[in-house]
Design a protein. Structure first.
Length: 399
C-alpha cells in the first residue's frame, strides 16, 4: 500500500468519524435466505442453500427485533432497509407488517425510515400493493426485457417462463400507486439486443432502469458460464443505453449507471458502490443473523459475525469489514488508467469472479473504458447545461 493509499484511508469517514459513518450505513437483508420460487439459470444466490441447509429459511422474530433495534440506534435520520432474496415475498405480507411495526417501535425521534423490496414479481397482488403503498416501500422488479428475452433464463422450477406474471405485477403496482423501478440483467442472450430491450421499456413507460452484467464461473471447470455477457457485449450495450438516455435534455429516463456518471460530472460523489473509491455502503444480513460485507460475498471467508452474538456496531467497525471496504480502490494495475477515478477498479466481485485477482482490473474493464470514452464529451455538455439551468441530476423514485 502506498503512502497516498494510507493517507486517504486514514482520512476516510469510518476512520475519522465512526458515528457519522455508521449513521450513513444501510442494510441489505435476506429474510428468506436463498429461498426462491424461480429457478433462473444465472442466479448467483440459489447456491447459497449449500451454506444454509434446510427446507425453509425464515427470519425469526428474535433476529428481526435485534437487527432493527441495533441498526436504528446507530443509523442517522434516514435508516435504509433493503429486503432481497432469494425472494422475500415468500414470507408473506404479514411478515412485513411485523417489520414496519418493529421499525416504528424502535425508531428514534425524527428518523424517516426507507424500505426497499426487490422481487421477481410472482406473488405481488392487490393486498401487497396496498401495504407497499401505505408504507412507501420502493419496489425493484426483475425484468430482463420482452417475453422471449426475459423467459430465456427467468423460469420457475417447472421450466415455465415468468414474464406474464411480472407484467401483471407491474400493472398491480401501477394501479396501486406503488413506486417501482426495473432491474434488468444483461446476459449473453440479451447483450446484443439493447435497442430491442430499450424499445420495450419505452413502450411500457418503464423509466427507472438498472442494468446489471451477468458474470459467473462454472464451479466444476472454472470457465465463465455460457450465459454471461462478454466485456465487449456489455460495453456496446452500455453505449447504446447512453445514447438513448442522453438524446433528451434533460434526460427523462433514469438509468442508474448513466445518472451516477452525470452526478460525478456535476461534482458530486457517486451514489453507487460500483464506481466509488470504497465499498461498504451497507451490510448484508442473512435470515439467521449472519453478517457479510456484500450479497456478492456471502462466503465463509467473508463472514463478519452474527448479530445475535456480536453487536452490529462492532461488526460494522471491524478490521475485517474495513479491509474489505478499502480493497476496492487498491488496484495497482489501474492506477495509470485515465479512467481510474471514475470506477476505482470496478466491483470487487467482478474482479474476483472474472480475473480471480482482488487487486486486478475488473472483468468488465473494457466495458467501462468503452462507455467512459464514448460518454465523456456528452456528459460534460449535459452537466454544464443542467448546472446553468439550475437542474440537478435525476434521482430514482423514493429518494
Amino acid at each position: 500500500m502506498t503512502n497516498t493509499d494510507r493517507e486517504w484511508i486514514e482520512n476516510d469517514i469510518a476512520m475519522t468519524d465512526p458515528d457519522a459513518y455508521l449513521a450513513s450505513l444501510g442494510l441489505l437483508i435476506k429474510p428468506a435466505g436463498p429461498d426462491c420460487n424461480l429457478n433462473c439459470e444465472y442466479c448467483f444466490y440459489l447456491p447459497k442453500k449449500e451454506l444454509y441447509r434446510g427446507r425453509r429459511h425464515e427470519m425469526s422474530r428474535k433476529v428481526m427485533h435485534t437487527l432493527i433495534g441495533e441498526y436504528m440506534q446507530m443509523a442517522g435520520p434516514n435508516p435504509s432497509f433493503g429486503w432481497q432474496g432469494g425472494e422475500p415475498t415468500l414470507l408473506g405480507v404479514d411478515f412485513f407488517r411485523r417489520v414496519v411495526a418493529v421499525q416504528a417501535q424502535k425508531a428514534k425521534p425524527g428518523q424517516a425510515i426507507a424500505n426497499g423490496l426487490q422481487t421477481n414479481g410472482q406473488l405481488i397482488d392487490e393486498e401487497w400493493a396496498r401495504f407497499l403503498r401505505r408504507y412507501t416501500f420502493l419496489v425493484g422488479v426483475s425484468l430482463d426485457g420482452p417475453k422471449h428475452i426475459h423467459d430465456h433464463y427467468r423460469v420457475n422450477f417447472a421450466g415455465h417462463g415468468s414474464f406474464d406474471r411480472v407484467m401483471r405485477t407491474i400493472k398491480t403496482l401501477r394501479d396501486g400507486g406503488v413506486e417501482f423501478n426495473i432491474l434488468c440483467m444483461v446476459t449473453a442472450f440479451s447483450g446484443n439486443r439493447a435497442e430491442e430491450i430499450l424499445d420495450f421499456f419505452a413502450e411500457h413507460e418503464l423509466g427507472y432502469l438498472q442494468f446489471i452484467p451477468c458474470i459467473e464461473r462454472d464451479p466444476q471447470t472454472g470457465e465463465i458460464m455460457p450465459y454471461c455477457c462478454t466485456p465487449e457485449q456489455y460495453g456496446e450495450f452500455l453505449c447504446h443505453v447512453f445514447d438513448r438516455w442522453s438524446a433528451e435534455h434533460p434526460p427523462s429516463t433514469y438509468v442508474r449507471m448513466m445518472d451516477d456518471l452525470l452526478m460525478v460530472y456535476m461534482g458530486h460523489d457517486c451514489p453507487s458502490c460500483i464506481l466509488r473509491k470504497t465499498c461498504g455502503d451497507y451490510l448484508l444480513i442473512e435470515h439467521n443473523g449472519d453478517v457479510y460485507p456484500c450479497d456478492f460475498f456471502v462466503e465463509p471467508e467473508y463472514y463478519l459475525g452474527n448479530l445475535l452474538e456480536t453487536p452490529l456496531r462492532e461488526i460494522a467497525l471491524s478490521d475485517k469489514f474495513m479491509e474489505f471496504r478499502f480493497r476496492k480502490g487498491e488496484v495497482s494495475a489501474c492506477r495509470e488508467c485515465e479512467w481510474f477515478t471514475q470506477c476505482y477498479g470496478g466491483c470487487q466481485r467482478h474482479r474476483i469472479t472474472g480475473n480471480r485477482d482482488p487487486y486486478g482490473p475488473t472483468y468488465f474493464c473494457k466495458s467501462y473504458r468503452m462507455l467512459f470514452a464514448h460518454s465523456k464529451n456528452k456528459l460534460e455538455e449535459i452537466a454544464a447545461k443542467l448546472t446553468a439551468e439550475g437542474y440537478g441530476p435525476q434521482t430514482p423514485p423514493g429518494t
